[in-house]
Design a protein around this ligand. Structure first.
Ligand SMILES: [Cu+2]
Length: 152
């Protein structure tokens, strides 16, 4: 026969086990996905156009802090373009840039896209602000190849 002491031990471990499982379930339900594990929201931007426009399409982009994005950049135009947004690059956490068969990790400031190329920039938006974007090819900024990127 169990004595009182043994019964209390059984009861205590049972209560503890139930409490732990409840906490565990609670955590699993309540914990948000870490930003680097969230599905990335795709945003497409074209640098120039087939007709030779010196613009970004779209010129203005908006992201939400704490969210993960896949910025798909493509250059359908006949000339080379840059996606230069240094302050924006400092306000995000870059996970990777996929360009052709090459995957680049770490900080990225600027991307150069040759005609007909595409790159995917996966990042988590961090610091709210309004950042400027431009193409640094001589004459392109002046011609209107500029934009703004907002992190709200
Ligand atoms: Cu350009």
């Amino acid at each position: 026969m169990f004595n009182l002491h043994q019964w209390l031990r059984v009861l205590c471990s049972l209560v503890l086990a139930i409490a732990l499982s409840l906490v565990g379930i609670d955590r699993a339900i309540a914990a948000p996905l870490a930003p680097n594990k969230q599905p990335a929201k795709e945003v497409k931007v074209e640098l120039g156009s087939l007709a030779g426009d010196l613009k970004f399409f779209p010129a203005d982009m908006a992201f939400a802090a704490g969210k993960r994005y896949k910025l798909i950049l493509s250059n359908p135009s006949p000339v080379k373009h840059y996606f230069t947004a240094k302050d924006f690059a400092g306000a995000i956490w870059t996970q990777k840039v996929d360009a052709g068969n090459v995957e680049i990790k770490g900080a990225i400031n600027e991307l150069e896209l040759r005609p007909g190329t595409q790159a995917e920039w996966v990042f988590v938006a961090i610091r709210p602000g309004t950042y400027s974007l431009r193409c640094v090819i001589p004459g392109h900024t002046e011609a209107g190849m500029v934009g703004t990127i907002k992190i709200a």
